[in-house]
Structures are given as structure tokens and as C-alpha cells.
Design a protein around this ligand. Structure first.
Ligand code: EPZ
Length: 418
């Protein structure tokens, strides 16, 4: 367990380069199982979730090594197609290995990923898509066994634009005979990155970023390379930390086009936000205005992962702010912790009403999940005095050296390994 110590009151100033995207690199690591190839991925973040995905590849008999910010993967000779519970449970999104294992071996046995801090994480849409592609699936108490002697192309319509289900379907469809069309596909930028990788491996995939994705063939190549794009949620996180603490930051390689709703909300709060190509510049001073209503939606709507960070920035706003969460039922656990700082937050199901206060005071808080933990650190930057965030191991799942990066911007943040 790690304890973060934060002393509020220091404005953030400086320039940082945003880490590579966690949610882009994880499905690509899983997809590398599709065929015997060596893959080099550049700009990969150094995160515990990435380590967990690489450990799964090694367990399966592949070689996977980190060379600086590059991952070097060789999936020529995996020796098994099952993933044990202890590996599946280290990373919430490990279900993304189901499609690749089924595509490569015609069978897969994984334990259920289980719920998480954000609430239940059903995988019915993943299984529905794989069944349409020809998989026979036995769902046990804690495990799933899939078999498909022959995957065949299908028309798949997803009831929800699920990111993970779209990714599993795309990968499995590469090994199917005949064309596959995925309707109501997720449109997140991470889907486009996966499409780029699958095409680099020799697949014929198109439509990523739109609600309709087509997979029409696969001529496996022996080598694939890809540069992982910036992490749009990490970019939003540093902007919201600055909105909490005040100051002026410049993000390089930040992909501003992927977080437009977040930039618009920060502008509504009175932050001066400008973008130049892949760079974002922002200044924030004094109490923010209200962002109004923040309604989370699948991409390109307001991202659920950035909502806790924007809530942190809204705790001192001059007028009330309303948050409506449409993706995860357990998204608000950080709100209960923020009250210890003196925040005024009323929760009603998917709604959270934040009434801004003049000042926040330091407090001891407990990290509930990855983005909630980062939001508590952000909120503490805007509070007077000392705060602690305990059980903050979650944060390392998604942020590469968040503490060091914030310190480089002038924040008083340090991490104690308890
Ligand atoms: C991905 O999770 C991201 N994780 C999440 O980021 C992100 O919050 C989420 O997409 C939404 O954008 C990764 O990419 C590794 P979903 P995923 O399937 O794929 C329901 C972070 O902090 N659903 O799009 O699990 C589900 O319950 C993480 O980086 C089903 O009902 O999300 C949820 O309400 C957190 N059945 C909604 O769909 C299914 O079979 C969206 O989930 C699958 C999902």
C-alpha cells in the first residue's frame, strides 16, 4: 500500500510530456497474440497494468521485454491458452485476452475478471460477439471456457458501444473466415490505435472511430511496429490538477482533439486554454466558475474517466456544478472522500451536485480507484494544509510517476511506501 502526502497552496508551473496511453497499449499487447510475429511498441507507459499484461504474455510462453519506453514482444511460440485467476485479477481489463487466445488457438480458458471499484463489470457483450463469430462458451462460477474450431465472419450489433467488447470482436474477427461488421462499435481513439496495429499485423480492418467497423481478411506478417499515442485521460488529469492548484502549464504531445469536452469545461470554469497542434497551454487563477452540467457519455462525449478530475477542480467553483454519470454505477466513491476536505457534494444515484466552497482544508482520504485516487490528489493540491491519500496503489496502475511529474511542476507531493 502507498500513502501520498500532499501540501496544498503551490501553483503548478512548467511543461510536461504526456505519457503514452494505457488504454491504447493494453489491447495492442493482447492482440499481439493473433499470430506468430515480433512486435515493437514505442512510447509505452511504465505502469503496473502494462506489467500485468506483459506477465500474461510471458505466462503464455511468449517473450515480452521492456526496452526503455519500448515494448519488444515475440509471440512466435506461445505454449498455452489459459490464464489463471491471479494473473487475470491483476488487471481489470484482462478479459481483452479472450479474443486473441480464441483467434490464435481456437480455445481459451480465463477466470472471470470480476467486478471492480467502479461497480459490476459485465462481459455479456464480449461473449455475445464471440458467440456470433462461432465460439462455444461455457460460463462457470469463476471461469470462462471458449472453443471455436472454426471462426466465421458475422454481423455483430453491440447493445452498448463497449470499448472492450469492440476490441475483443475486432481481434477475434481477424481470424474468422469471411467478413465481419461490428455495428454500434465504440468510437474511442484507442479503437483507432488497435485498428492501426491490426493492419500492421496484416489484417484488413477499417471504420475505427465510426460506429461501424469492418474486418475483411488477414494475411499475417512476421513483424509489426507501432507508436502508442498520448494518454488523453492523463492529459486531462494534469490540466485538472492545474485548475485545482492554479498556475500555468504546457502539455506537449497531448492530443487535444481527443479531450475537447474536457477543454470546453475548463474554459467554462475560466481557465485560459489554447491548443497548438499536439500541445495544450492552460493558465488558471483564483476560484473557478462553474462548468455547469457535466454528463458522461461514450466517446466523443465527456469521458467518464475524466469526470472525477473535473469534480476535483469544481470543489471551489463560485456556482454549483452538476455531474451525471452514465457509464459506471460505482463512479462516485471519490466524492465521499472529498467531503473530508470540506467539499459540499450531494449524491443521488447517477447525479452529483457540487456546491463550491471558498476554501478546502487538508484531510486524510482513501483512494477508491484509479481515477478517483488521482482526483483526491488533485483536490488536495487546491486545499490549505496537509493531506494524505492512502491505499493509493491504484494510481500507479494508470499514471506513470504522477508524484514526480507533479513535483516537477512545483507541487508538494511525495509518496511513502507503507
Ligand atoms: C474501457 O473500459 C476503459 N478501460 C475504461 O477506463 C473506460 O472508463 C471505459 O472503457 C469507458 O470508456 C480500458 O480501456 C482498459 P466498456 P471497458 O466496456 O472496456 C457496460 C480507466 O480508468 N458493459 O466501454 O471495461 C459496462 O458495465 C478505465 O482507464 C456491459 O454492460 O468499458 C459499462 O457500463 C476505467 N457489458 C459500459 O458498458 C459488457 O459486456 C461501458 O463499458 C461490457 C460493458
Amino acid at each position: 500500500m502507498s500513502i501520498w502526502h500532499i501540501t496544498g497552496g503551490s501553483p503548478l508551473r512548467g511543461q510536461i510530456r504526456v505519457q503514452g496511453s494505457k488504454n491504447a497499449v493494453l489491447p495492442v499487447i493482447a492482440a499481439s497474440l493473433l499470430c506468430g510475429a515480433d512486435t515493437e511498441l514505442l512510447n509505452c507507459p511504465n505502469l503496473s497494468d502494462v506489467d500485468a499484461a506483459m506477465d500474461i504474455l510471458r505466462y503464455l510462453g511468449c517473450t515480452a521485454a521492456r526496452c526503455g519506453d519500448a515494448l519488444c514482444i515475440d509471440t512466435t511460440a506461445p505454449a498455452r491458452c489459459d490464464i489463471p485467476r491471479e494473473l487475470m485479477h491483476r488487471m481489470r481489463s484482462s478479459v481483452i485476452f479472450l479474443g486473441p487466445l480464441l483467434a490464435r488457438f481456437g480455445e481459451a480458458e480465463v477466470s472471470l475478471p470480476g467486478g471492480c471499484e467502479l461497480g459490476p463489470r459485465p462481459i455479456d457483450l464480449h461473449l455475445h460477439a464471440l458467440r456470433l463469430l462461432g465460439a462455444e462458451i461455457e460460463e462457470g462460477e469463476d471461469s470462462i471456457v471458449c472453443r471455436a474450431s472454426h471462426l466465421r465472419g458475422a454481423e455483430i450489433s453491440l447493445a452498448l458501444p463497449s470499448v472492450g467488447a469492440t476490441e475483443n470482436a475486432m481481434i477475434a474477427a481477424c481470424a474468422a473466415e469471411g467478413a465481419t461488421v461490428i455495428y454500434n462499435a465504440a468510437r474511442e481513439p484507442e479503437i483507432e490505435t488497435l485498428q492501426s496495429y491490426l493492419c500492421a499485423l496484416g489484417a484488413d480492418v477499417s471504420g475505427a472511430g465510426s460506429p461501424v467497423i469492418r474486418i475483411t481478411g488477414f494475411s499475417p506478417r512476421s513483424h509489426a511496429g507501432l507508436r502508442i499515442p498520448p494518454d488523453r485521460i492523463a492529459a486531462a488529469t494534469y490540466l485538472c490538477c492545474t485548475a485545482c492548484a492554479g498556475g500555468e502549464i504546457e502539455l506537449t504531445a497531448a492530443a487535444p482533439g481527443q479531450i475537447v469536452p474536457v477543454l470546453d469545461a475548463l474554459r467554462a470554469m475560466g481557465c485560459a486554454v489554447s491548443t497548438h497542434g499536439e500541445r495544450i497551454h492552460m493558465t488558471a487563477h483564483g476560484r473557478p466558475a462553474s462548468p455547469g452540467a457535466i454528463v458522461t457519455r461514450p466517446y466523443p462525449g465527456f469521458p467518464t474517466d475524466a469526470a472525477p478530475l473535473l469534480m476535483a477542480a469544481s470543489l471551489r467553483c463560485t456556482r454549483p456544478a452538476m455531474f451525471i454519470e452514465n457509464i459506471f454505477s460505482g463512479r462516485y466513491r471519490h466524492a465521499e472522500e472529498m467531503r473530508a476536505l470540506g467539499a459540499q457534494i450531494v449524491l443521488r444515484g447517477p447525479m452529483a451536485l457540487v456546491t463550491g466552497v471558498e476554501t478546502l482544508h487538508g484531510a486524510s482520504m482513501k483512494s477508491p480507484d484509479l481515477r478517483g485516487g488521482a482526483a483526491l490528489v488533485a483536490a488536495a493540491l487546491g486545499a490549505e494544509g496537509e493531506s494524505t491519500v492512502t491505499d493509493a496503489g491504484h494510481i500507479l496502475r494508470g499514471y506513470e510517476s504522477l508524484d514526480e511529474t507533479l513535483r516537477s511542476l512545483g507541487a508538494s507531493v511525495w509518496r511513502e511506501k507503507a
